[in-house]
Design a protein. Structure first.
Length: 116
């Protein structure tokens, strides 16, 4: 749309930098939060005490601690979610940079117009 008295207005959703920045921030924040939450879950498994000996009175009862195999699997998943969280931080930072550039590009022409 254009105004008869002023310059044509630019729609915000047509700015590729702005949209890309917002999408990266949203996806990055989601990955960051998911990575941290899942990493803490698996960290609890790794930090759990070792299981008791096999001489229990109830051999089929669920053990409180984690077996060595469960600990190794949890460590592998912790590494994976650490990468997910790190990637989320990187995506969020990249999105913030793009968003900053988009806002600077969008606001700068208005400042030039207002000085004249």
């Amino acid at each position: 749309m254009s105004d008869d008295h002023g310059p044509p207005t630019v729609r915000w959703y047509k700015s590729t930098l702005l949209i890309s920045g917002l999408v990266l921030i949203a996806l990055g924040a989601g990955n960051w939060i998911t990575g941290i939450i899942r990493m803490r879950e698996h960290e609890a498994i790794v930090m759990a005490p070792a299981p008791a000996g096999r001489g229990d009175a109830r051999p089929h009862a669920r053990r409180r601690g984690s077996s060595q195999e469960e600990v190794e699997i949890a460590r592998g998943r912790m590494d994976f979610y650490h990468v997910v969280a790190s990637g989320g931080r990187l995506m969020t930072l990249a999105g913030a940079v793009l968003l900053t550039f988009a806002l600077a590009r969008r606001l700068r022409p208005q400042a030039k117009r207002n000085r004249r």
